[in-house]
Design a protein around this ligand. Structure first.
Ligand code: GLU
Length: 311
């Protein structure tokens, strides 16, 4: 099914029902509190946004609330590293296999020569360390503004400071990576960059826009401008499909079938390839650290609109 074939009314109605279904389950999850500032989010908040290639925007609920990207930002880092350092260099430092363990696991990492994939913490720290000599945080922020088609994206200082005060586990990961010669940068510099990128403030609409650019092979469909190489978009989407939902990636691929990346801030970025981008905000998380309302809403949208990749 093509987004052009879905009427405005059908899409808007489906989005509204998805929102209501998501809202119903928010009480079954919990907001992340291990970064204290994230604990201030309203657990019942749910926002959805769909952007289509022909420039249409559909919204439901809290779609304009700003929240931090957290692990959704791992897509930004991966895309930028692929563009700047190239495929071979990136995958010399990080694998491309699902990890089957928690996003911030250390035990497994010690048994390996490099992190499982770029979408877990260890992998993102490795990827971002590849950028340090080439790019500053300001460049990453501008890159986020460009690919999310959102000039208002900023750093959320409160969340950044809160995570910097509580990120001992990520520091431990970075030291381990350094001891294994996966990263060669200063650990503090790597952790500061990683934490800043996680603390970029977006909305469901910004995520939907980035997803739409990926769905369109790296080209902004609204003006035809190429923002990413086609090969970058392809690699990012493939890794999202297999590794984007942490330990829930396999189930999500089977049941929803839309390449998606989650973050503990409650964001989900979903690429309906060739058709549309979907952005979600829902800070109540399930046991894997994925938005519980978001998963429910996407499951509904996938079935109702026939969006499963293999439908
Ligand atoms: N900044 C978070 C961390 O490093 C990101 C985790 C996530 O969103 O899954 O723990």
């Amino acid at each position: 099914m093509n987004s052009d074939q879905l009427s405005d009314q059908r899409l808007q109605e489906a989005l509204k029902t998805a929102y209501l279904r998501g809202k119903e389950v928010t009480g079954k999850g919990a907001v992340a509190t291990y970064i204290p500032e994230l604990g201030k989010a309203r657990p019942e908040a749910v926002g959805l946004c769909i952007t289509t290639k022909d420039g249409k925007v559909y919204k439901a609920g809290d779609s304009n609330i700003r929240f931090t990207m957290q692990s959704v930002s791992k897509l930004l880092s991966l895309a930028m590293a692929l563009e700047i350092r190239g495929y071979d260099t990136v995958f010399e430092h990080v694998g491309m296999e699902p990890s089957g363990v928690a996003f911030n696991s250390i035990v497994e990492l010690d048994t390996r020569t490099k992190p499982h994939n770029p979408l877990i913490n260890a992998g993102a720290i490795a990827v971002e360390s590849l950028l340090i000599e080439y790019k500053q945080f300001e460049d990453m922020l501008n890159f986020a503004r460009t690919v999310c088609l959102d000039p208002e994206i900023t750093l959320n200082r409160q969340v950044y400071n809160s995570e910097m005060a509580t990120c001992d586990r990520n520091r431990a990961i970075a030291y381990l990576l350094k001891s294994k010669n996966v990263i060669h940068t200063n650990v503090d510099t790597s952790i500061e960059l990683y934490t800043k990128i996680c603390s970029i403030n977006v909305s469901a609409e910004s995520l939907a826009n980035f997803a739409m650019v990926l769905a369109n092979g790296g080209v902004n469909p609204l003006n035809g401008e190429r923002l990413l190489k086609e090969s970058t978009a392809q690699t990012v989407k493939a890794i999202m499909f297999t590794c984007g939902m942490y330990d829930g990636s396999g189930t999500f691929a089977v049941e929803v079938g839309i390449p998606t990346k989650s973050g503990v801030g409650g964001g989900l970025l979903s690429v309906v390839d060739g058709k549309m981008g979907i952005g979600v905000y829902g800070p109540s998380l399930d046991e894997n650290g994925n938005s519980i309302a978001g998963i429910t809403a996407l499951k509904y949208l996938s079935k109702e609109l026939g969006l499963h990749m293999f439908a």
